[in-house]
Design a protein around this ligand. Sequence first.
Ligand SMILES: Nc1ncnc2c1ncn2[C@@H]1O[C@H](COP(=O)(O)OP(=O)(O)OP(=O)(O)O)[C@@H](O)[C@H]1O
Ligand SMILES: [Mg+2]
Length: 511
Amino acid sequence: MNKPKTKAVEMRNITKKFGDFTANDSIDLTVHKGEIHALLGENGAGKSTLMNVLYGLYTPTFGDIYINEDKVNITNPNIAIEKGIGMVHQHFMLVETFSVVENIILGMETTKGIVLDINRAREKVKEISESYGLYVDPDALIQDISVGMQQRVEILKALYRGADILILDEPTAVLTPQEIEELMSIMRNLAEQGKTIIIITHKLKEIKAAADYCTIIRRGKKIDTVKVDDVTEEQLAEMMVGREVSFAVEKNPMETGDKILEIQDIVARDNRNLKAVDGLSLEVYSGEILGIAGIDGNGQSELIEAITGLRPIESGKVLIKGKDITNNTPFDIINSGMSTIPEDRQRRGLVLDFTISENMILENYYKEPFSSRGRLNHKNIEKFTDDLIEKFDVRPRNSSYLAGELSGGNQQKVIIAREITNDPDILIAAQPTRGLDVGAIEYVHRYLVKQRDSGKAVLLISFELDEIMNVSDRIAVIYGGKIVDIIDAKDATENRLGLLMAGGGATDEEK
Ligand SMILES: Nc1ncnc2c1ncn2[C@@H]1O[C@H](COP(=O)(O)OP(=O)(O)OP(=O)(O)O)[C@@H](O)[C@H]1O
Ligand SMILES: [Mg+2]
C-alpha cells in the first residue's frame, strides 16, 4: 500500500451513556474509504449504539466524529444523510402497504408532485439497481416481497439518498444462505465502486468471507481492530467473548421414547391462499431433536403457525401425546404441552414497553407461584426473572429494564428464556439462534440438548445447515410443503441435504 487512503469515518473517544449505564466507553473506530469493516461483539456489547451515534440517532455523551477527515456534528439522521451516511437498521423500517419506489422516496422533499417524483424515482432506482446488482421490482408492494428483497429496498433507499458510507446492522440475521451470498456480492460491488461499508454481524464466516478489517467490542469497550486475513474464526470468537468458545455440540447417543408430536397429512394455506403446507406428515419422539432443513419459502413458517394454532389447518390432524389439538387456540395448545420459540420475534415475542419481568411471565402470570388468589406475587416473579436473567446471561442484569431498551440479541434471550423454561413436552424452536452471539448460541444449543436428554421432544427449524447438522438427531427435509425425506443426522452431509432441499434439481424461483 503506497498512498494512505482517506479516512471515511473516524470516531474518536466515543462514550454513550444511558442514565448510569455506559453502552460505549471511549471507543475509537477508523474506517477507510472503499473498505468493508465488520463490527463484532456479544449481544449488548454496544455495536448498534455506536452506529446509531454515527447516524445521528443518539448524541454521544463524549467524543468526536470525523467524516472524510472533517469534524462533523451529527445531531440527527438528516445531517448524517447530508454527510453521505446511510443506515439499514437491525429491524426494517418500511411501510408494508406501499410499493418499493414509494418507500424509497418516502420522507424526501417532493418538488414536482408525487406522480412525477415516482416516475423519476423509478428510473433512478433502476439505474442504481443495475449498477450494483441490487435487483428489485420497483412496483411490487413491500408486503408481497421476501425479507431479502425488503433489505435490498433499504439499501437502495440509502443509496438513492446519496450514501457513500453504508452502515448495515446485522443484515444477514434475517436472510437465507442464498440471500446472504447475494448480499455479500452486492457489498463487494459497492466497495469496489468506492463505497465504504460498516457491517455488524455475529457470523464469523461472513466476516472472513467479506470484510477487510474487523473491530471487536466487548462490554462497551473496543478490544482491537484486526486485519481479517490475519486472524482465524476461533481467534475472533475468543477476542469477542474473552474466553475460548466451543463450536461443536456435545451429545450423548439418543434414547427415544414415546411419540410426542404427531402431524398427520396436514394442509394449510399461506397469505395468498396457496397451499403452503401440502399434506405434511411428521412424528417427533421424546428424547430426540428433529431438525427440519429446507430452503426458505417451502412451508416452514406456515407449518409452525399451523401447529401452534396461529394458522387454520384445512385438513389433517395434529396430536400431542395422542390428544388432538388441531385448530385449537394457541392458549390451549400451550397448555397441552407445546412451547414455541417463534420465528418472528419482533412481532410475536415481546411487549416492548413492558419490563423484562413482565415479559417473562406473559403467558403464566395468572398461575402459581406468580399469582395466588388473583393477586400477583411480586417476590416470586422477581426471583423467577432474576434466575432466568442470570442463566441466559441477559444484559444488563436488571429485571425492571424495558424490553425495548435491550439490544436485539438480549431481547431474543428473554423470549428464549421464557419459552424454554415453560418446560414443555414438545419445544418448537424456529430459528432459535438468529441474531445471537456465539456464546449465546452455544448456550441455546446446550439447552436444546438438555431438553432432549431429559426426555422431551424438540422440533428445530433452521436455515443454518451447520446448526441443523450439529444439533439434530434426525433431519427431515421440507420441500414444496411436504417432508421429502428423513435421514439420520449421522448420515447427513451438506451435499446430500442440499440436493434434497432443492427437490432433486428444482430451485426456488424468486422473481
Ligand atoms: N435506549 C436505551 N436505553 C437504555 N439502555 C439502552 C438503550 N439502548 C441500548 N441500551 C443498552 O446499551 C447496551 C448496548 O446495546 P446495543 O443495542 O448497542 O448492543 P449490540 O451490541 O447492538 O447488541 P446485539 O448484538 O444484541 O444487537 C445494551 O446493554 C442495551 O441494553
Ligand atoms: Mg444490535
